[in-house]
Design a protein around this ligand. Sequence first.
Ligand SMILES: [Zn+2]
Ligand SMILES: [Zn+2]
Length: 116
Amino acid sequence: MSLKSDRYYEKHKEKILDKLRIKHQELKQEFITEYGGRCQCCGETNSSFLTLDHVAGNGEGRRHRDGCGNSTRIKKELKKQGWPKDGRYQILCYNCNCARAHNQNICPHQLNLQNN
Ligand SMILES: [Zn+2]
Ligand SMILES: [Zn+2]
C-alpha cells in the first residue's frame, strides 16, 4: 500500500506547489497594480512580461547580480511596508530589466530616445 500513499503524497505536494504559485501570482499582481501597471521604460502592460526592478540609486543594489532574478522576497517585504513609493523600486518588463542589467543600467530603449 506504500505505493498508493506515495501517490497521495505526490498529489498533495502538487496542491501545495499550486497554492504557492497562486500566492506568488497574487503578490505580483498586487505589486503591478500598486506601482503603475506598466513597464516604466517601454510601457508594456502585459503582466506576464512585467517584473520588479531595483532602481539603482545611492549605490544600493549595485552588487545585485540577479537583474532578471527572483524578487518575491522583496515584494513580500514591500507589501509588509504598505507598498512604499519611495523610488527604490519600479516596474520594468523582462526585456528592459535584463537589457539594462547588461548595459550599465541603461535600457537600449533610452539610448534610442537620446539619439532622436
Ligand atoms: Zn519595457
Ligand atoms: Zn526599455
